[in-house]
Ligand binder design. Structure first.
Ligand code: C5P
Length: 223
């Protein structure tokens, strides 16, 4: 019998990263940040001089990604190493997220990353964060959550994060980028972003992190 999986899918900025880290820590389970794999594929491609339009080249990059995830201290993000070099903050930039969503439309690139994602299913369990965790990667997961929030709320959260980090942007620019990325993720033919038929939808608009975590834990109670 296989280890249990809780999938958490949804659009960018809905709070999946924070919530899945808290869930995994609370349960003592592994964490799969599938978005990081797409971000790393885009970053590794740029470093290796592979164009984001070169599908064959991107498949090779994805298939040979040399990546390590090191759990950080409590409250600290998971450290991400690409070919031994720390890229934790580098993969979080808007540019990298945008490039990730471009490579993620290519089905062969997704195929190249599929087994690597499924390998995270280990005892005692895994919390899987992404866009297609419940629909494609772990279709048999006993608990599926679709975590969403209005585009305006997601833009506000992202804007506040950026401001705190000292980045000078306008909230309208952030909202525009969110809309462009949502559109690309939802309207692609390969594993489009949508709730699995058996997913529980949680809308985090107006909720605190604690309230969202409580709702996710209640949903996870069925794992
Ligand atoms: O979640 P994150 O913002 O890190 O994901 C970056 C991009 O990677 C997303 O916009 C999406 O296009 C892609 N992605 C995906 N499937 C996943 C996770 C991420 O297509 N399971």
């Amino acid at each position: 019998s296989k280890a249990p999986v809780i999938t958490v899918d949804g659009p960018g900025g809905a709070g999946k990263g924070t919530i899945t880290q808290m869930l995994a820590r609370k349960l003592g389970w592994h964490l799969l940040d599938s978005g990081a794999l797409y971000r790393l594929t885009a970053l590794a491609a740029m470093r290796q001089g592979v164009s984001l339009e070169d599908e064959t080249g991107l498949v090779t990059v994805a298939a040979t990604l040399d990546v390590e995830f090191e759990p950080g201290e409590v409250g600290q993000p998971v450290r991400v190493l690409l070919a031994g070099e720390e890229v934790t903050s580098e993969i979080r930039t808007e540019a990298c997220g945008n490039n990730a969503s471009k490579v993620a439309v290519m089905q062969p690139v997704r195929d190249a990353l599929l087994q690597r994602q499924r390998d995270f299913q280990k005892a005692p369990g895994v919390v899987a964060d992404g866009r297609d965790m419940g629909t494609v990667v772990f279709p048999d997961a006993p608990v599926k959550i679709f975590l969403t929030a209005s585009a305006e709320e997601r833009a506000r959260r992202r804007y506040n994060q950026l401001k705190e980090a000292g980045v000078d942007v306008s909230i309208d620019a952030v909202l525009d980028e969110i809309r462009v990325r949502d559109d690309r993720d939802m309207n692609r033919s390969a594993a489009p972003l949508k709730p699995a038929d058996d997913a529980q939808v949680i809308d985090s608009t107006g909720l605190s992190i604690e309230e969202v975590l409580d709702r996710c834990m209640a949903a996870a109670g069925q794992a």
